[in-house]
Write a protein of this length. Sequence first.
Length: 580
Amino acid sequence: SSSAMRAHWLVLGCLACGSPHAVNDGGAGGDATAGPDASAGDADATSEVVPAGQLELIVGARDGSTAHAPADWPVAAGPWNGKAARFSPARRQLVFETTRLDILGGQLAGTLDPAGGPYFVAGPQGGTLAPTGTSVLYVAGADGASPRCLGCTTIVDGQDGVAIYKAALSAGAPPAPIRQPGAVIYANQNKDLPFWDPSGAWIIAGVELPRHGLPHAQGNSEVGGYVDLWAISVDGKTWVQLTDFAATWPAINATSGRPLQCAEAGCAAGCQGVIATNSHPFAEYACSAAGAPPPAVGVMRPVVSHGAAGGIAGSAKLAWSERVGWAGTGYTWGGPLQAATGDLVIVAASDGRLVPAIGSYERNLTPTPAGPAGRGLWKPADGHVIGKGYETWGFTADDQQLLIASDAFLFSDKLASSPASWQALGGATQAFIDVTAWSWRAAAPAYADLTLHDPVAYPYAPNGSASPLVAQLGHWEEPVVFASAPTAFMAFASSANLSPAWNPDTSASSAASFALEAWVMRGDRSAAAHPITHLSSAQARFLTYPTDVDADTLYLSSAPQVASPSNLPGVIYRYRVAPF
């Protein structure tokens, strides 16, 4: 979802709410147990079946219509649902995330660390305290037909043809991944936010750690906590663990499910980035050794280049966000996020099988208007400002730019007062996020704000705050996708021009009035941006946002905006953009 990752106040929820644009496209589709190379859905389905300017419901249930529910979908799983659809041009298929309410993960009561509180352990040994459903992956046709599940059952290396590997992150060429005999990936570990590799043979996704110090509902790639990157073969038979973040933590104690934070007792180096004029986000870092950057607590939103854009021959470029600490007080994003990149390469594993691994690993990437190279800024000189959040969303069609939702431009472009005044606002005012583009491959890197206010290109109205200072900050824009044909355009989600307007004055009012609608704009910003969805009203607010594109056809996710600890997806639409 575009905003559910703000776990402290914006989370996707209710699936039963209505929408004025749902289309009756019902009927059960296919067998979720289709074979490894089964063609999911109609491989010849094209965007031409979508009427220009209309929403076509292709996955999920809304307004009495159900689109492409699996024939074996259990009643106990709750309403058929989906989000975060990604399209593979190579396979002409979708992969998306679905919540199964029948695959439960609970919590165990106890004191896993000095902070106390319940914790999560995957598998049957998990507790029954406050159980919640689990995110799993489905592969389907380009129109959502014939979905089949990846991760709905417990997976064991050596059983039913399954092979599980572990790869090591490398700053150079990666070593051979190691087969993990008898390894288990439990059904009740969240698997979410998938993305195809260019060949369509592999799916990159987040998989919840089997043990951690958060509730199960928050151990996902929306929150970015306690999640590793995995590569999954399209037939679901091969799983490769690409990261092992827990191995990099200075843990709070020997049995802890969370890392030591820099401000906690026991962190010898303390919060290394805290400076007199700017404490955020440095005071919220996870603990690291003196002179070393904060470790990753988990991963958020992996994305892969369209082609062989990596530095290692034949490799794709993989980018993701790493959570490098948890929230403190005041200006928050659930804790700081920084970008990371690597080359997605296919290498021979310990048993000779060819599987993915990550080389050329680079992390703590934080481009700013003043420092567009984005490197070496995690421990700044006095007065330096970096964004609190860098959330990766994809690449431009030519793979030359990495698309990132970030607050990095707020200080220089949106706010007339000093950074100290901005940070003093705190609370809900953290939520002014722009879509940005980082020219990461350029000899002289550039960093651009794609959704800054412009009287012609993006003439949005002020937000609903009573404070002139807050009202001038504008709106929240994320995510974004780019299309190159037939008209080059970008589609993004925005909180702008809602009726009534979003009021960010307090967390409570912000959660109640916040919504996102999908907008489109020419890629060169030569004409005015305009919204293409209008699902929200004063009575019901929705988070509607683009997740991928096939030529001129967008894939959109939409879910009701509710205050809930769960992370329940909504529905998936297709929408064909008329020439403009």
